[in-house]
Design a protein around this ligand. Structure first.
Ligand code: CU
Ligand code: ZN
Length: 177
């Protein structure tokens, strides 16, 4: 275990070497409370882009959302609260009454359990002052959550995406490009 803990940051650094620079890597933890990867975030004109690199996840398609509280208490991550939804919409990228501001597209975990995806949350900001429309980091922060199942993009409140299996507390110090 000590060897894995030591090697993981090196592995992650190698994996993201060719990606755009983000802020300090944020820890992605699983339901056992073990770090399985990192999330980097950076601001673009269209929103916030997240680069997620992890291992040891179940193969397949998984729902991904920004949740409204920056707290990842294993094992169920209920502490992260509901989807980030400052404009009081319903869940789902394909929901006529949606989406939540924190709804993202699904991500794919490879057969070997590795996840490496870059997704953008449009309209969001990690740098706007608290209270500004789109400001992601309000007083209680925000978290990025990966679910056990795919998000159907329609069903309120979570797209039938099942249990929360990984979580990262978003940090307010991204590099602005
Ligand atoms: Cu979620
Ligand atoms: Zn949602």
């Amino acid at each position: 275990m000590r060897k894995l803990t030591f090697l993981l940051p090196i592995l992650m650094t190698a994996c993201v070497a060719n990606e755009p620079p983000g802020g300090a890597p944020m820890a992605l933890i699983n339901a056992a409370g073990v770090q399985i990867g990192t999330v980097r975030a950076w601001q673009t004109t269209g929103g916030v882009t997240f680069r997620i690199v992890a291992e040891g996840l179940p193969h397949g398609v998984h729902g991904l959302h920004v949740h409204s509280v920056g707290r990842c208490d294993a094992p169920d991550f209920a502490s992260a609260g509901p989807h980030w939804n400052p404009t009081a919409h319903k869940h789902g990228l394909n929901n006529p009454e949606g989406p939540h501001a924190g709804d993202l597209r699904n991500v794919n975990v490879a057969a070997n359990g590795v996840l490496g995806e870059t997704v953008t949350l449009s309209g969001a900001s990690l740098t706007a002052p608290v209270g500004t429309p789109g400001a992601l980091l309000d007083a209680d922060g925000a978290a990025l959550v990966i679910h056990a199942d795919a998000d159907d993009y329609v069903t309120d409140p979570s797209g039938k995406s099942g249990a929360r299996i990984a979580c990262a507390v978003l940090q307010p110090t991204p590099q602005v490009l």
